[in-house]
Design a protein around this ligand. Structure first.
Ligand code: BYC
Length: 318
């Protein structure tokens, strides 16, 4: 009989010695489940995250801006695909994961349920949303599951380009007319708090953190990453000449970090539960895209099937 306790002990020893876990290695069911949950939520976030930015492709203010935005959104699609593939190595079907997103069973990042109403929002998304994403994802390059960590290395490189293109949009606005400066400030006022929410609940309320840290799926806690993000972002806001919308934001000499105000957790959970400003719109857009793109999938499957049959027939004749 297989001794689960000794398998679990050996598994933890591998994690503690920084040996990556690969798809065919033994792993506890709960580790597999946690990874499927986190990686699939991450993949869904990349795909849904294309929508608020896609809203501005036709209205980008110049050809150069349009090209960069298009490239960024295509990168997000690529991230989604690497992550779905990484998730499939854990024994789940991509179709099932996508069904879970469409049925509302699977979560995706709360941030993508807010509207992108002005061009400055595209800059703010790049600077703050991609900035927060990188902060979280750099640690995931060292996550214990091999396929996830390798996917994250490439994703992080692309995300840092995204963050820079966002910041550059804002820097341009900050040197523009009074109206452009006001548009920049307004976008940052709306995206600041939702960006801090991306890191998830405070550590004391985080369901999965303790176990995920033990398994080295996560290397830093939600609060640690949020603090790191605030500390880095304050200086960048100064360069833009804007005010971050938090009266409690101030340097704490003793802690060596910025103090910041309390997040509106009621708003966070409300958005996570599906009641944010754009949750319904986002899901409707995803389902419409899936239905309208079904013929492509059908054609690809029919072609693969035809190729398979031809190969079988050729090998029979030979
Ligand atoms: N939104 O125990 P906790 C991007 C859920 S960036 C919605 O702390 P965990 C992109 C959490 O799932 C965004 N739900 O969870 C950027 C859990 O519920 P379940 C994607 C959230 O997993 C730019 C419950 O709250 N990045 O893609 O230990 C352009 C308790 O939380 C949120 C990733 O997904 C949230 N913000 O830690 C385009 C990074 N926060 O599952 C695209 C990978 C928490 O028990 N993920 N919840 O029902 C992670 O690092 C972790 O999953 C989190 C949460 C830090 C997000």
């Amino acid at each position: 009989m297989v001794d689960i306790t000794s398998l679990e002990k050996k598994f933890q020893e591998r994690i503690d010695s920084e040996i990556k876990i690969e798809p065919k290695d033994w792993m506890p069911d709960a580790y597999r489940k946690t990874l499927i949950r986190q990686i699939s939520q991450h993949a869904h976030s990349e795909i849904v995250g294309m929508l608020p930015e896609g809203n501005w492709i036709t209205r980008a203010p110049s050809l150069r801006r349009k090209v960069a935005l298009l490239a960024k959104i295509q990168d997000e699609a690529g991230h989604g695909l690497y992550l779905y593939s990484a998730c499939e190595t854990l024994g789940v079907e991509r179709e099932d994961l996508i069904d879970q997103l469409h049925s509302g069973k699977a979560k995706y990042s709360s941030i993508f349920n807010y509207p992108s109403t002005t061009w400055a929002d595209i800059g703010a998304i790049g600077w703050l949303v991609d900035g927060a994403a990188i902060m979280n994802q750099v640690m995931l390059c060292r996550t214990s599951y091999g396929p996830y960590s390798r996917a994250m290395v490439r994703i992080c490189k692309e995300e840092s380009f995204h963050q820079r293109q966002g910041y550059e949009i804002l820097l341009t606005l900050s040197r523009g007319s009074e109206e452009q400066k006001a548009m920049l400030q307004d976008a940052v006022n709306r995206w600041w708090w939702p960006s801090l929410m991306m890191f998830g609940p405070n550590d004391k309320d985080s369901t999965h953190s303790a176990q995920s840290m033990k398994w080295k799926i996560k290397r830093k806690s939600n609060d640690e990453l949020r603090q790191q993000f605030v500390d880095i972002t304050v200086g960048q806001a100064k360069v833009l000449g804007i005010t971050l919308p938090d009266p409690d934001l101030k340097w704490n000499e003793e802690r060596g970090h910025y103090d910041f105000g309390e997040i509106d957790w009621e708003e966070f959970w409300n958005v996570v539960k599906g009641n944010g400003p754009c949750n319904r719109e986002r899901m409707a857009a995803r389902k419409k895209a899936a239905a309208e793109g079904q013929w492509v999938k059908d054609a690809a499957i029919a072609y693969a099937e035809k190729q398979r049959k031809r190969k079988t027939e050729t090998s029979r004749v030979a």
